[in-house]
Design a protein around this ligand. Structure first.
Ligand SMILES: Nc1nc2nc(S)n(CCO)c2c(=O)[nH]1
Length: 158
């Protein structure tokens, strides 16, 4: 059985409804169990900052599917909920990113796991730490809590 952690985010439309609907669609997938949910966080945009405030969370997935099959489900879920990719860092109604897949290092054209920017993102680290308080980065061995130090600004429980 594989364990994966997905980061969910939304800053367009009814953000809460988008997160709720994405989780509902994930739960309808055969071969995949949404086993735990973090709290929802309201977070200041990072990267491209001229956009609306996000709602973010992390979900734990248990599945026999491989990482690429889970990626396909994430992309299909975004499409079902109407995501239109206007520009790379732009606003989005829903975003699902694979953060971790077991402790594996995956480097494919369309998929890099662990997510390459997860250690720089408070909006990922704080919800992830809720689910795996003692978790460490599979490649660096650094605890996620250590990466989270100094990244609390702009990240608030919603
Ligand atoms: N707070 C916050 N900032 C973000 N910047 C980008 S791009 N994104 C999209 C995720 O890659 C986010 C996000 O989900 N939350």
């Amino acid at each position: 059985m594989n364990t994966a952690y997905l980061s969910l985010g939304s800053n367009l439309g009814d953000r809460y409804e988008m997160l709720r609907d994405a989780i509902q669609l994930l739960r309808q997938q055969t071969g995949l169990e949404v086993s735990r949910l973090s709290s929802i966080y309201e977070t200041d945009p990072v990267g491209y900052t001229e956009q609306a405030i996000f709602l973010n969370m992390v979900v734990e997935i248990k599945s026999e599917l491989c990482a690429e099959e889970i990626l396909f489900i994430c992309l299909e879920t975004e499409q079902t909920l109407g995501r239109i990719r206007q520009f790379r860092w732009g606003p989005r109604c829903i975003d699902l990113d694979i953060l971790l897949f077991n402790d594996e290092n995956i480097e494919l054209e369309k998929l890099t796991v662990p997510h390459p920017r997860m250690h720089e993102r408070g909006f990922v680290l704080f919800p992830l730490i809720e689910l795996v308080p003692d978790g460490v980065h599979p490649l660096t061995g650094v605890p996620f809590g250590k990466y989270a130090e100094g990244q609390k600004e702009g990240v608030h429980i919603w």
